[in-house]
Write a protein that binds this ligand. Structure first.
Ligand SMILES: Cc1cc2nc3c(=O)[nH]c(=O)nc-3n(C[C@H](O)[C@H](O)[C@H](O)COP(=O)(O)OP(=O)(O)OC[C@H]3O[C@@H](n4cnc5c(N)ncnc54)[C@H](O)[C@@H]3O)c2cc1C
Length: 368
């Protein structure tokens, strides 16, 4: 017989969004259980050894790994129950199906917050299944968590922040980054990260993509090619590079399986990384009592994930009947901070995309 537990608020995912959500719900007075499949908490933050950018309120200037520890300590001190090495495999109404090792258990909650993050996108090209072709996040896990180089000569694909940061960390770890290719005509990530690579002698070739990877059982070389404004290969521009690793940093997709299973309504949003569960400005999905926060609700940044997590935690507390006017006021402040985070040049597109998700959520509500 599976063990059955009950709580006010259950949080799935112990990244910045889940930790912030658990803390906010607990501080509002709820009993909170947070589950994460990993042995240690922090999600993506566990691999982020660099100092974060963004705003001071969201811990800019602090290394991601330290932010994770600070949040975990705050959760423990506040009395959040933390279940690590526990996978949420299903959601059945207000009950989560969980696996811990070989043991199955259930957790029933008055409100559930999904903060499951995102998964890396792949890229299809001849040879893309050769050992040595991997996501940039996987390479980052190798170097920053396990202290092992994934390879010695590396090509990175994608010049967003993830591609730029991971390439620089690979250099710091002792690998040679032979080049970074980006299909768009310009670098998508922050100039400060690109400048570090360029100063280190790593060429960044924009309007370039991968044509083919080759190797006998493992990757040994790759051919890259220039592309035109329609992303069509330009014959005669091929270059072949000797590499043993290709790091793909071509975007992330929200991890939404549990939200689909719960019956949430979705919309597709290119800027937010794919299909995202419709949610209100306070992070409630179209399923009453089910909330989302962080990359699952649209791929953005850790700072946004932290703020959305706090907002979802407060909303869940209000949903279960804990909290008062003061909490309502704090929610308003949190929404204002979120808007502030999305006010920069990159943020405006994300704000518009999130506004459209919220409008769709309201439309669905009227139809319900
Ligand atoms: C290389 C890189 C550099 C970055 N640098 C910055 C930066 O400088 N500044 C910034 O603001 N952001 C940065 N980010 C982005 C930031 O890390 C993410 O936006 C943020 O971590 C998203 O938080 P999250 O809590 O939604 O998801 P995650 O951090 O991905 O956490 C989700 C957690 O949920 C767990 N989980 C998922 N499904 C289940 C399940 N079914 N059961 C149990 N557990 C589950 C996962 O294992 C994970 O631990 C960077 C990202 C990368 C990859």
């Amino acid at each position: 017989m599976a063990r059955a537990e009950v709580t006010d608020v259950a949080v799935v995912g112990g990244g910045p969004a889940g930790l912030a959500a658990a803390l906010a719900a607990r501080q509002a007075g709820c009993g909170v259980v947070l589950v994460d499949e990993n042995r240690t908490l922090g999600g993506q933050l566990r691999k982020q050894i660099h100092k974060f950018f963004g705003s001071r309120v969201h811990r800019a200037g602090i290394r991601g790994i330290r932010i994770a520890k600070e949040l975990e300590d705050a959760c423990l001190e506040a009395g959040v129950k933390i279940w690590t090495e526990t996978v949420a495999y299903g959601i059945f109404g207000s009950t989560l199906g969980l696996m811990r090792g070989r043991n199955s258990l259930t957790l029933t909650a008055k409100a559930i917050i999904l903060a499951t993050g995102a998964s890396e996108n792949a890229l299809a090209f001849p040879g893309c299944t050769l050992p040595g072709v991997m996501g940039a996040g996987a390479a980052q896990t190798f170097i920053n968590l396990h202290r092992v180089l994934p390879g010695r000569r590396i090509l990175t694909v994608g010049a967003g922040n993830v591609g730029l940061i991971v390439s620089y960390q690979l250099l710091q770890a002792g690998a040679e980054v032979v080049a970074l290719v980006e299909a768009a005509p310009r670098i998508g990530g922050y100039a400060v990260h690109a400048a570090k690579l360029e100063r280190s002698g790593v060429p960044i070739w924009t309007s370039h993509s991968v044509l083919e990877a080759r190797g006998d059982g493992e990757l040994s070389e790759v051919t890259v090619v220039a592309v035109d404004n329609h992303f069509q290969n330009i014959p005669g521009t091929e270059r072949t590079l000797e590499v043993d690793t290709i790091c793909l940093a071509v975007g992330l997709t929200p991890l939404t399986e549990l939200a689909w299973q719960a019956g949430c309504q979705f919309a597709y949003s290119g800027p937010l990384g794919g299909h995202v569960p419709l949610h209100s400005a306070d992070m409630e999905t179209t399923v009453p009592g089910l909330f989302v926060a962080g990359d699952i609700s649209g791929v953005e940044e850790a700072s946004t994930a932290l703020e959305e997590g706090s907002l979802a935690g407060m909303s869940a507390a209000l949903f279960v009947g804990v909290g008062d006017r003061k909490l309502e006021a704090k929610r308003v402040e949190s929404r204002e901070r979120l808007a502030q985070l999305r006010s920069g040049p990159f943020g405006t597109v994300l704000q518009q995309a999130q506004d459209s998700i919220v409008r769709e959520w309201a439309r669905c509500g009227r139809e319900r």
